[in-house]
Design a protein. Structure first.
Length: 209
């Protein structure tokens, strides 16, 4: 991959990662509820989800999904339903103050659950697949070996997304120290719950170009 092509993709990766979406909401909600150290597992899951979407696009399966009405609709509604479910769980979360490291009693806050949560947020989003199908091929030279190019693009996107999602999570986790009153925590839980539901509603309206 030529240096100028990579630099262009590097800039595009920052724009992709910084654009608000379900991943950012997931990071902020997890950071607020569990603190950065625990919520980092959610970030790991998001990166695994990105790799999954990249693999689908690289293998050509993304084009099949985008072209198949049944597959596209099924993934879209599954993704929307999952975001709404996350919203309900966040809305109903305990209104007690949370501190870093004291989420051990919360079954939803185990590392495995948070990795799965982050993975499903990205992997069940057909917008991500369609977006990658539209953007990624512009930076891939069809006459050069494909795997090294996809590997470089994947590593670049993972780096930028890891930095951005860590920023979202860390910023939200800093608010933990200010959440002393149960009604503050309840307000935050319901705010993020509503944001998850709104993200699910937006995804449900998404249509193929």
């Amino acid at each position: 991959m030529a240096l100028d092509t990579w630099l262009a993709f590097f800039v595009a990766s920052w724009l992709i990662s910084l654009s608000p979406g379900a991943g950012a909401i997931s990071c902020m909600a997890a950071g607020m509820r569990y603190g950065y150290a625990r919520a980092f597992w959610n970030i790991v899951g998001l990166q695994v989800g990105i790799l999954f979407v990249l693999a689908i696009v690289a293998l050509g399966l993304g084009a099949i999904i985008a072209a198949s009405t049944a597959m596209f609709t099924a993934i879209k509604w599954l993704g929307a339903a999952y975001l709404v479910w996350l919203g309900v769980q966040q809305w109903r979360a305990p209104a007690s103050p949370v501190r870093d490291g004291d989420a051990d009693d919360d079954s939803q806050g185990s590392p495995g659950r948070l990795v799965l949560r982050g993975f499903l947020v990205n992997a069940s989003n057909p917008k991500g697949i369609v977006f990658m199908l539209a953007v990624l091929p512009q930076f891939i030279d069809p006459l050069a070996p494909q795997f090294p190019q996809y590997a470089i693009c994947g590593a670049t996107l993972l780096f930028t997304d890891l930095v951005v999602m860590s920023g979202y999570t860390g910023l939200a986790a800093r608010v933990l120290a200010m959440l002393r009153e149960p009604h503050h925590v309840r307000w935050v839980n319901r705010t993020f719950g509503g944001m998850f539901v709104a993200a699910g509603a937006v995804l449900a309206t998404f249509r193929r170009a």
